[in-house]
Design a protein around this ligand. Structure first.
Ligand SMILES: Nc1ncnc2c1ncn2[C@@H]1O[C@H](COP(=O)(O)OP(=O)(O)OP(=O)(O)O)[C@@H](O)[C@H]1O
Length: 217
């Protein structure tokens, strides 16, 4: 279970906290979509859950792990072991091929299973591309590589920030179906920030970030 309790975050020179005593919980294996106006704090929320920054107050925990209390070293270890991330800008290693990108984190974590990586590539329709440098792939193909990479080390939780933001509507639908289906099949929790209503409605529960709090849609 991912739990946020009374999480508050205010940036310097801003009149109000961007997140204001925010509460949220997500049972293991469920998915949540988060929508909201530009600048409402959606990416900030993911940044706090990922442990890249800390809330001013409040508690963030994933099962027994108290994320809001972690120092940088512990947060880094948490990300490697428990977290998969899919961002709009892919963050793939351009000069490496698909296979090396997908298996990189699993190798770092020391739980690399070639059969699982091969299975993921198959499910994402990437088997024939496994030895191609990612820089040669289309946007939709690169985003499927990013999904395979996020899942290959068998994380507990996947965070996706505008995972289909720069894809056309048809490719966005295909990529988001892959993301939700694979997380569902592997009992991985998923939080997706998106402006795309078709993507948002694939989630178990839809939320809106308004005035620093999450409101169920
Ligand atoms: N490190 C930071 N320092 C100061 N202000 C920040 C910082 N990060 C974000 N902000 C501010 O916090 C607000 C929320 O930003 P955030 O990126 O979380 O919004 P968002 O809902 O993801 O927006 P969008 O939908 O446009 O991506 C913005 O006003 C932004 O300028």
């Amino acid at each position: 279970m991912l739990t946020l309790h009374s999480v508050t975050k205010q940036f310097p020179h801003q009149p109000h906290p961007i997140l204001n005593r925010l509460d949220f919980s997500l049972p293991q294996g469920h998915s949540a979509s988060i929508q909201g106006p530009s600048g409402s704090g959606k990416s900030t929320l993911l940044t706090l859950i990922a442990g890249f920054d800390k809330p001013d107050s409040g508690v963030i925990r994933l099962n027994e792990l108290m994320l809001s209390d972690m120092d940088e070293h512990a947060a880094d270890k948490f990300r490697r072991q428990h977290l998969g991330m899919v961002f709009q800008a892919y963050n793939l290693l351009d000069c490496f091929n698909v296979w090396d990108n997908v298996t990189f984190t699993a190798r770092l974590k020391g739980n690399f299973t070639p059969n699982y990586a091969t299975e993921l590539l198959g499910k994402l329709g990437l088997s024939d591309l496994r030895l191609r440098p990612v820089a040669e792939l289309s946007g939709g193909e690169q985003q499927r590589v990013a999904i395979a990479r996020a899942l290959c080390h068998k994380p507990t939780l996947v965070l996706a920030d505008e995972p289909t933001g720069n894809l056309d509507e048809e490719t966005a639908a295909q990529v988001s179906r892959h993301l939700f289906t694979l997380c569902n099949q592997t009992h991985t929790s998923l939080v997706v920030v998106t402006h795309n209503q078709s993507v948002a409605q694939l989630a178990t529960k839809q939320w809106q970030l308004l005035h620093g709090q999450l409101v169920a849609k």
